[in-house]
Design a binder for this molecule. Structure first.
Ligand code: GLA
Length: 529
């Protein structure tokens, strides 16, 4: 849902801006309890969330995951609830959650069975998914019981994790479910797609968040893998839509340093924040971390942006960055992330952060202000550690380098083999700028790469240099805003630079790359300012 706000500018003028839903925050049952949940357990967790004051810092959703199903009524098809785990059904639980001023979330599957039915031997959860029951179940969940959120899993629609041998098309299933939710008349229900990979750009029209990886577990390797899989997905977040890095394992078995990295990076990436531990036995240090309002503010920032990689060091440490409050403004969030097993000092200059006039930064974990005298933000970061800052300059330096791995790919998806489907993808290449390129652009006009945020301070002619590498034939097609294509011949193999002088407008421009033949790997674009 988005709310239109009218902001008075002056007595006679007003501009409208949109305030979007920020990432979902709350608690979910799966990580600690799997299918072993009950009405009293869920209500106790909701009570604890309020007693601990977690609601007052933004955690508002209590989400019941897999485990509540009790089959279907044979004649009416009505969904039944588990006879011993939820003997009085779900309505009293949801009423209790709502009476606390919280919102309630539920779980289902896009196919016939749930994942717990397949993987956790929850035999009763067969035939309980949304397949063929979209309207009936959505009416029950959202009109009758009053749920406010639904996570829709995919085991039952995936031939390999269900009791049928055929598989469905995720786009068709989730679109049907989204339409059934809308048909209930509720426009405030949040739909989370759980297809364990970035599903495709279609998902933006269907859901408010989507899982981008397989399931998290409370081990460092799992947290590190999920961060790694999300580093180049920032183009697909924003405007109230979010990449979901999975529910939090904070407060379980990770070390204090790892818990901190896990939470801080989820905040930087604007991932939903769903606590996954037992709230009735929470340690004080866990509560402290989960209530770090300076980190939460990054996650709940109205721009809803996901941080991107600003710098990758030869040691494989990262600097992540995103704008806060205003796009292209002078306030930015910066994370120094060390996924390695050794300690490193990680440094970034104000210039690399596109800022001028930086004299101080705010450490959002230590809650201290630090002076910056030499224009360098630097910290010793232990193995698996992260340090996070907000940093403000006096001027934003216009950007001239646009990495391909920060661009939006119109056909991007991670479900199918991109070579087989002919869709573009991000690809690590050590010799490339930023260590990444985009491969497989072209074949069809819509399989393009877009830099949607090419920013210049003045109208005028600018030379664009495009660095590409790898085998190619035909022409690259360069489109600026809605202008006709400029053809750039690309024959050859090694690293090469293609140039063209184009007209850019003051403010934000879109530069789009497509191809008439086999496109080379696209490394980066330089706008000569
Ligand atoms: C899948 C999801 C998990 C959880 C379980 C429930 O594995 O990815 O997050 O919902 O199903 O069975």
């Amino acid at each position: 849902m988005r709310i239109k706000l009218l902001l008075p500018l002056a007595a006679s003028a007003a501009i409208s801006v949109y305030a979007y839903d920020t990432p979902t925050m709350g608690w979910s049952s799966w990580n600690t309890y799997r299918v072993n949940i009950s009405d009293s357990l869920i209500m106790k967790q909701a009570d604890a969330l309020v007693e601990l004051g977690l609601d007052s810092v933004g955690y508002r959703y209590i989400n019941i995951d897999d485990g509540y199903f009790g089959g279907r009524d044979k004649s009416s098809g009505r969904l039944l609830f588990h006879p011993t785990r939820f003997p009085s059904g779900l309505k009293p639980v949801v009423d209790h959650i709502h009476s606390l001023g919280l919102k309630a979330g539920i779980y289902s599957d896009a196919g016939a069975n749930t994942c717990g039915n397949f993987w956790d031997n929850d035999t009763i959860a067969r035939g309980v998914g949304l397949l063929g029951h979209e309207e009936q179940d959505c009416n029950l969940f959202f009109k009758e019981i009053g749920f406010d959120f639904i996570k829709v899993d995919y085991c039952g629609a995936d031939g390999r994790q269900s009791h049928q041998i055929y598989a469905y098309e995720p786009r068709d299933r989730y679109t049907a479910i989204s339409n059934a939710i809308k048909a209930t008349g509720r426009d405030d229900v949040r739909l989370n797609v759980c297809r364990w990979n970035y599903p495709g750009t279609w998902v933006n029209d269907v859901a408010t968040s989507w899982r981008t990886t397989g399931d998290i577990s409370p081990r460092w390797e799992s947290v590190k893998r999920i961060i790694n899989e999300n580093l180049y997905l920032s183009p697909y977040a924003g405007g109230g839509r979010y990449n979901d890095m999975d529910m939090l394992e904070v407060g379980r078995t990770l070390s204090a340093e790892e818990d901190q990295t896990h939470f801080a990076i989820w905040c930087m990436m604007s991932s939903p924040l769903l606590i996954g531990c037992d709230l009735t036995t929470l340690r004080p240090e866990t509560l402290n971390l989960l209530k770090n309002t300076e980190l939460i503010a990054l996650n709940q920032d109205q721009l809803g942006l996901q941080a991107h990689v600003a710098k990758l060091s030869p040691e494989n440490t990262y600097v992540l960055v995103k704008d806060l409050g205003e796009k292209w403004g002078t306030r930015r969030a910066v994370a120094l992330y060390n996924p390695t097993d050794s300690a490193y000092t990680i440094s970034v200059t104000a210039e690399e952060l596109e800022l001028e006039g930086v004299t101080a930064a705010r450490d959002l974990i230590a809650h201290t202000d630090i002076n910056i005298t030499d224009g360098v933000l630097s910290a010793a970061v232990p193995p698996h550690g992260t340090r996070v800052y907000s940093i403000t300059g006096t001027r934003r330096i216009p950007r001239s380098i646009y990495e391909a791995e920060q661009a939006y790919l119109s056909s991007y998806q991670e479900i199918y083999d991109p070579i087989a489907t002919g869709t573009a993808f991000y690809f690590p290449l050590e010799s490339a700028s930023g260590g990444m390129v985009v491969a497989n652009v072209g074949h069809t006009p819509s399989n393009d790469l877009q830099w949607r945020d090419v920013r210049v301070d003045c109208d005028g002619e600018y030379r664009l240099d495009l660095d590409v590498t790898g085998k190619a034939d035909g022409n690259l097609l360069l489109f600026v805003n809605n202008e006709a294509a400029i053809k750039l011949p690309v024959e050859g193999e090694g690293p090469r630079r293609l140039s063209s002088t184009v007209r850019l407008n003051k403010g934000t421009n879109t530069v789009r790359i497509a191809s008439t033949g086999t496109a080379p790997y696209i490394d980066r674009m330089t706008v000569n300012l």
